[in-house]
Design a protein around this ligand. Structure first.
Ligand SMILES: [Zn+2]
Length: 191
């Protein structure tokens, strides 16, 4: 149910309401049930009464028969829950669909021969994904992903963090790499 939006359209195929984001879904469903956000296709009145609700066989579409409280005419709305596609803009400008598993593979690779359990890494990736989806942007950059992964990986496994960062940031100069490691050591001085 997470990260989905609901499209409500009427029997003429017009989109009349688009809700976005998980946090809105419940409110939207409630509004859809009460008919509060539906415009009558005949007179434009915003209030309608739901006279009948049916779910399609697959359960993916909810069909509601409504009666306009303004003109009394009846119309039908359909509600469909859809996945929100998240597009990643890569450094060279190419775009690809966000792939959670790709991030997970990168993180697992960075944790090779380390003691961090895979469920911990899965949770890490979940958090990153949630964070990115909450930006409510249709497009995100690979940089935004990388920064978030590093931020969390640093708290989970510092060695894996340095490995990930060295691949991600392509530490071309050794100096940058040393700085990163020194920063970690400095943090430990206070432990
Ligand atoms: Zn009406």
């Amino acid at each position: 149910m997470d990260f989905q939006y609901i499209v409500v359209y009427n029997d003429r195929g017009y989109y009349i309401w688009v809700g976005f984001g998980f946090w809105k879904v419940k409110a939207l469903l409630k509004a859809a049930e009460s008919g509060g956000c539906m415009r009558c296709p005949y007179c434009g009145h915003e209030d309608s009464r739901v006279v009948d609700t049916r779910t399609t066989e697959e359960g993916s579409i909810v069909r509601r028969r409504r009666e306009c409280l303004g003109c009394g005419r009846r119309f039908t709305t359909y509600e469909r829950v859809e996945e929100v596609p998240l597009v990643v803009v890569k450094k060279d400008g190419r775009r690809e669909v966000f792939d959670r598993n790709k991030i997970l593979r990168g993180v697992i690779k960075a944790c090779d021969k380390r003691s961090t359990a895979v469920p911990v890494l899965e949770q890490l990736v979940d958090e990153v994904e949630k964070d990115l989806r909450n930006l409510m942007e249709p497009e995100i950059t690979s940089e935004q992903i990388g920064e978030r992964v590093m931020e969390r990986l640093r708290q989970v496994d510092e060695v894996a963090y340095v490995r990930f960062a060295s691949v991600y940031r392509r530490f071309t100069d050794a100096q940058r790499f040393i700085q990163e490691v020194q920063a970690l050591l400095k943090n430990h001085a206070g432990d």
